[in-house]
Write a protein of this length. Structure first.
Length: 242
C-alpha cells in the first residue's frame, strides 16, 4: 500500500472537532494505492488539478481554500511510481465530495465501488459536484453494506459524514490490518475523543466506534482523512506498507 499526497485544504480545525482552534491551517488530502493479486486498487482520487491555477474553481471564494501543486494530481503521483491510469482496476471512493472523487474521470477503465445509497444521495446535489464523478463513461458498482473488493480488502459503511459513506479495511501481509477511514474521522483526535462535527453526529459516533473496534483500539492503524500531524508520521510514496 502506497500513500500519496493529492493536495490539501486550508480550513479551521473547529470545522472538524468541537472546541478546536478557529484559526485556519493546512490539512492534507491524500489517496492510497493497494496492489493486489486481482489488480491495482485506488482509494479516493483526490482533488482535480483545475485547483492548481484556480483554488476556488469548485465552490468560489469561501472558508475552505484548496492548496494544490501540479505534482499533487493523482495521475502525476501515480506516474512517479510508473503507474498509468489504465493500470487501475478498481477505485474505491469513500464518498463523492470533490476532495475524494475529484479525478474519477481519469480512470475510465476502472470499476468504481461506492455504496448504492451514497450514489443515490450524491446525485444532483451541488455539494457533490457531478462534473468530477457523474460521468457517463465511468462504471459504478453500487454495493450495499460490507463488501469484499479484492483479496484482503473490504469496504465497510461508516455513515455520518454522508449517507453511505464507507471506509476501506486493508489486511496487509506484514503490517496487518489498517483502516482507510475517509471522512468518517478527519483526524486522530476525533477517534481519541469520540467527538466530531458531522451532519449526522449520532451515526458518525457509531461509525467511529466501529472503526476503533476494527483495529482493536490501535489508532496507529487508522488513516484519517485530513490530519496534518498523523499524515506527517506516515510513509509516503515511493515508500510502501507491506
Ligand atoms: Zn474530505
Amino acid at each position: 500500500m502506497t500513500i500519496f499526497r493529492t493536495g490539501g485544504v486550508d480550513i479551521a480545525p473547529s470545522a472538524f472537532l468541537p472546541g478546536a482552534s478557529t484559526e485556519v491551517s493546512f490539512h492534507p488530502v491524500w489517496s492510497a494505492l493497494i496492489r493486489t493479486t486481482e489488480g491495482n486498487v485506488l482509494f479516493d482520487t483526490g482533488l482535480h488539478p483545475v485547483h492548481v491555477e484556480r483554488p476556488d474553481a469548485t465552490f468560489g471564494p469561501g472558508n475552505l481554500k484548496v492548496v494544490m501543486a501540479k505534482e499533487d494530481s493523482i495521475v502525476s503521483r501515480l506516474s512517479e511510481i510508473g503507474i498509468r491510469p489504465d493500470d487501475i482496476a478498481i477505485v474505491v471512493n469513500s464518498h463523492l465530495h470533490f476532495d475524494h472523487a475529484g479525478n474519477n474521470g481519469a480512470f475510465p477503465k476502472a470499476t468504481f465501488v461506492v455504496q448504492g445509497d451514497h450514489l443515490a444521495f450524491a446525485k444532483g446535489k451541488p455539494n457533490f459536484p457531478g462534473v468530477y464523478w457523474d460521468i457517463p463513461e465511468l462504471s459504478y458498482l453500487p454495493v450495499a453494506g460490507r463488501a469484499r473488493v479484492a483479496p484482503g480488502l473490504e469496504v465497510v459503511p461508516t455513515p455520518g459524514h454522508a449517507p453511505g459513506h464507507q471506509s476501506l479495511v486493508v489486511d496487509l501481509a506484514e503490517t496487518g490490518r489498517v483502516v482507510l477511514c475517509g471522512d468518517a474521522a478527519f483526524t486522530r483526535l476525533n477517534l481519541e475523543r469520540g467527538e466530531i462535527k458531522q451532519p449526522d453526529e449520532a451515526a458518525a459516533k457509531e461509525s467511529m466506534a466501529l472503526i476503533r473496534s476494527l483495529v482493536e483500539g490501535d489508532l496507529d492503524r487508522v488513516f484519517t482523512s485530513h490530519d496534518p500531524a498523523s499524515f506527517a508520521r506516515w510513509r509516503h510514496a515511493p515508500s510502501v506498507y507491506r
